[in-house]
Design a protein around this ligand. Structure first.
Ligand code: AMP
Length: 450
């Protein structure tokens, strides 16, 4: 079997991989690394969980070392664009680990953190900058970041970037990057819109395709339970009481829904955290750390927030609500079954979600077996429902605890918020996908729906 040295990687990189306990390249690494080392552009169809970060980071580090150029103030040599802060942090963490013995400096730039800190980080320049497009453009406009010495450009999760409305930001950014560069372009799916975007960025790329969205699904044991929307909370509570369930990621379609699930679980004695775009960066990091350490082993997330969550040992993914975009389902269940492990995905399907279930089955080319409600469900659900009255008290407390403004005046409850384009907007009908700079740094005002 091929090892990393056979792929052409230098000793300091192989040593860093050994330190992480990785000795065998994943398929995308085996396919992509030689092309990238040769200096070719790359079009990679692969999703998170396949080892694609190392597939682009490792050979790029080697090329940066070989080119031997120096970092100049405010400049970076490699720019990785990612759709979410979580994914950006994850990539930076990997780049630091893989570049440990190659003396690579790494910085991240994304919204929700101090722009002054970004400015300081960039003052001396870095080898590898991992950024979300919105905040990067802010820094470029303020002349704290310059892109004209970039040797390698990576676009990660391009389909998600389009969904989030980053297209204009991406076009602006790419104009600022030298034409003479290497470009690595990754997307989990490759519809026509992504192919067209890719054509604007890459030249004569090597094509590496790892999993059509469908096949991650094969490693995950999946089943669905038909349940009324109103009884999902009771079913979730009962499911989570099962001692076989260890670390579980629960997906809701909306941020509001995620908060509600956390509150109701709390009322039933199950600690959980929510992670979504309305939470501060610090809050998300805390929730993730508590999840990773197992301290709070239930994390309730929206699709966007969950992008880039890389936690091994997620035993179960529970779809509290099904996504209406079937590819999202594959992304969700891919959070379990990381790096070759198996996992279990359970979907709670209300009547009006059955069409989504059919779409998912079509995409994954699998029939998802139905599992009946537990025998004692009605009686248990009634008990659990009786705790709900407590919830309204909790909700009131929460409202009362909202931070006060300068004169002790409570800010109005947010019904609208700045957020990235809505990935759930029906495709082709505009939704808020047309917005240019969404994402971490800015964006327009729209309904809080994800
Ligand atoms: P990614 O698709 O880049 O998010 O990687 C998925 C997970 O696989 C991460 O936890 C990586 O650290 C891990 N990983 C990457 N490459 C390897 C490898 N060759 N062997 C084992 N695990 C790996």
């Amino acid at each position: 079997m091929t090892n990393f040295t056979d792929l052409g990687l230098a000793e300091p990189l192989v040593r860093a991989l050994e330190a992480k306990g990785y000795s065998t390249p994943t398929p995308i690494q085996a396919q992509a690394i030689p092309h990238v080392l040769e200096g070719r552009d790359l079009l990679g169809i692969a999703q998170t969980g396949t080892g694609k970060t190392a597939a682009f980071v490792l050979p790029s580090i080697q090329r940066l070392v070989e080119s031997g150029k120096r970092v100049l103030p405010t400049h970076c040599r490699m720019l990785v664009l990612a759709p979410t802060r979580e994914l950006a942090s994850q990539i930076a963490e990997s780049a630091r680990a893989y570049g440990k013995f190659s003396r690579m400096s790494v910085a991240t730039v994304f919204g929700g953190t101090s722009i002054n800190k970004n400015r300081q980080d960039m003052a001396r320049g870095v080898d590898i900058l991992v950024a979300t497009p919105g905040r990067l453009l802010d820094l470029i406009e303020q002349r704290f970041v310059s892109l004209n010495l970039i040797e390698t450009l990576v676009l990660d999760e391009a389909d998600q970037m389009l969904d989030l409305g980053f297209i204009h930001a991406l076009r602006k950014i790419v104009k600022l990057v030298p034409r003479q560069r290497q470009t690595l372009f990754f997307s989990a799916t490759m519809p026509q819109s992504i192919r067209e975007l890719a054509d604007q960025f890459i030249k004569d790329p090597a094509l590496v395709s790892i999993k059509p969205a469908a096949t991650t699904a094969e490693r995950v044991d999946q089943y669905a339970t038909l349940v009324n929307q109103a009884e999902k909370q009771a079913l979730l509570t009962m499911t989570l009481r099962d001692p076989a369930i260890d670390r579980v990621l629960v997906f809701t379609r909306t941020k509001h829904g995620a908060d509600r699930v956390v509150r109701l679980l709390g009322g039933n004695g199950i600690a959980a955290n929510a992670i979504h775009g309305n939470k501060s960066q610090a809050n998300r990091e805390r929730a993730l750390a508590a999840f990773k350490s197992g301290e709070v082993p239930v994390l309730v997330a929206t699709d966007i927030a969950a992008r880039g969550i890389d936690v091994s040992g997620v035993s179960h993914v529970i779809n509290f609500e099904l996504p209406n975009v079937p590819e999202q389902y594959v992304h969700r269940i891919g959070r379990t079954a990381r790096a070759g492990n198996d996992g279990i995905a359970i979907s709670f399907v209300a009547d009006d979600e059955r069409p989504y279930l059919r779409d998912i089955e079509k995409l994954t080319r699998q029939k998802i077996p139905l599992k009946a409600l537990p025998e004692n469900f009605l009686a248990e659900a009634a008990k659990i429902a009786s705790t709900r009255s407590k919830q309204s008290v909790t909700a009131q407390q929460e409202r009362d605890e909202r931070p006060r403004g300068p004169r002790g005046v409570r800010p109005p409850r947010k019904t609208h918020e700045a957020r990235p384009a809505n990935p759930y907007a029906p495709r082709g009908r505009g939704g808020n996908r047309r917005r240019g700079r969404g994402g971490q740094g800015g964006g327009g005002r729209t309904h809080a729906s994800a």
